[in-house]
Design a protein around this ligand. Structure first.
Ligand code: PMP
Length: 384
């Protein structure tokens, strides 16, 4: 029996992550080395998916592997805190200026924790968020009409519509615990938010005593302290994940000691555990990955992304994004995904391309040529 047949017997639809699914079924990865992934047929692709932007240094980076192995050899999980979570929190504080951190295992969980923090800190119930932005799979942040969802007190507003936001805050502002925004939402097209809009949003939260919560799960890689630094605003809460775990499962929230004080263990405090949260293997791998991704590396990777985007645009490819994150626009994402895959490029199922420091100029040339062949104005078209 093929692995796909076996999979369909034991996993609904044959796989675990909806976000990885491409019909009829995705290929199976067996190995990752630097920028290259090999599947179970031996086909090799340049990895522009990088586990949905999380593998900032590609696969099996020797220093990150050493850090993870050293940590694992000392024990993979404890019913006690470890020094490793202190070290990663100190690093995050130093690179962002955000005072305190709290770890979990995914971006989804970080957003859940962020919403709990906002509601507990303000004593208010309502969360404002924006249509089309993805914040993981918690009930409060998915479509309120999706099956199985009980959304609770959430107001979903159109992206970038200051009139709608101002009116909503005028009417409900005294109930709003937090306004949650992704400054460059991938699902909404990977277009950076307008600076004037973000400034006005910031001011509205100040006027109404609501927290400004920025979801940096994807965008953290774009600046040393996250994309919000470009806008010159200070968020009350941030959620992060992906790159901060060095390739291992991770999420975290950051905020001032005051905003995160509901978590300080005491009678009446927010109780929030997590058997594997702040796992020492993740913490060690994440710290090493982030140390290897300082201002110089960030600038260089963003420059390469900007160069790739310009090159693709010059070939007639429609592409959005900023720095090391690109998103190809196409009417048929499944067709695009397979066309790129067969030609040796692994993208996100929605056309997302995330660069890694493991990519060489030759890899970037090959990515540009492959995307141009599929989507460029003189390309061969999206034939499989
Ligand atoms: N927030 C944003 C902005 C994301 O892009 C994602 C995942 N792509 C999440 C939250 C959820 O993160 P995770 O998949 O680690 O649960």
């Amino acid at each position: 029996m093929s692995v796909v047949d076996r999979a369909r017997r034991v996993l609904p639809g044959g796989s675990t992550r909806t976000t990885l699914f491409v019909p009829p079924h995705p290929p199976y990865a067996v190995r990752g080395e630097g920028a290259i992934v090999t599947d179970d047929t031996g086909h090799q692709v340049i990895d522009c998916n990088n586990n949905y932007t999380s593998l900032i240094h590609g696969h099996a980076h020797p220093e990150i592997l050493d850090a993870a192995t050293d940590a694992a050899q000392c024990g993979t999980a404890f019913g006690l805190p470890t020094h490793s979570e202190v070290a990663l929190a100190e690093h995050l504080r130093d690179r962002t200026g955000i005072e305190q951190w709290r770890f979990c295992n995914s971006g989804t969980e970080a957003v859940l924790m962020l919403l709990r923090a906002a509601r507990a800190h303000t004593g208010r119930d309502l969360i404002v968020r924006f249509e089309g932005s993805y914040h993981g799979t918690g009930d409060a942040v998915v479509s309120p009409t999706a099956p199985g969802v009980v959304p609770g007190s959430v107001l979903v507003l159109p992206q970038n519509d200051l009139g709608a936001l101002t009116a909503a805050m005028r009417e409900h502002g005294d109930r709003v615990a937090a306004v949650l925004i992704d400054l460059m939402p991938n699902r909404a097209g990977l277009i950076p938010a307008d600076a004037g809009y973000v400034e006005a949003l910031h001011d509205l939260t100040r006027q109404h005593g609501a927290l400004l919560a920025i979801d940096e799960v994807i965008t953290f890689r774009l600046r040393e302290g996250g994309l919000h630094q470009v806008y010159g605003i200070q968020p009350d809460l941030v959620s992060v994940g992906k790159v901060i775990g060095g390739g291992f499962p991770v999420g975290a929230i950051g905020g001032s000691a005051e905003v995160l004080s509901p978590f300080v263990p005491a009678p009446g405090a927010v109780s929030w555990g997590g058997t594997f949260s702040a796992n020492p293997v993740t913490m060690a791998a994440g710290l090493t990955a982030l140390r290897l991704f300082g201002p110089a590396q960030i600038t260089e990777l963003n420059r390469r992304g900007d160069e790739l985007r310009s090159r693709l645009r010059a070939e007639g490819v429609e592409v959005n994004g900023s720095g090391s994150l690109l998103r190809l626009r196409t009417a048929d994402p499944t067709e695009l995904w397979w066309s790129l895959y067969r030609r040796g490029v692994l993208a996100g199922t929605n056309g997302l391309l995330a660069l890694s420091t493991a990519m060489t100029p030759a890899h970037l040339d090959q990515i540009a040529e492959t995307v141009t062949a599929v989507l460029g104005r003189d390309g061969a078209g999206q034939q499989r």
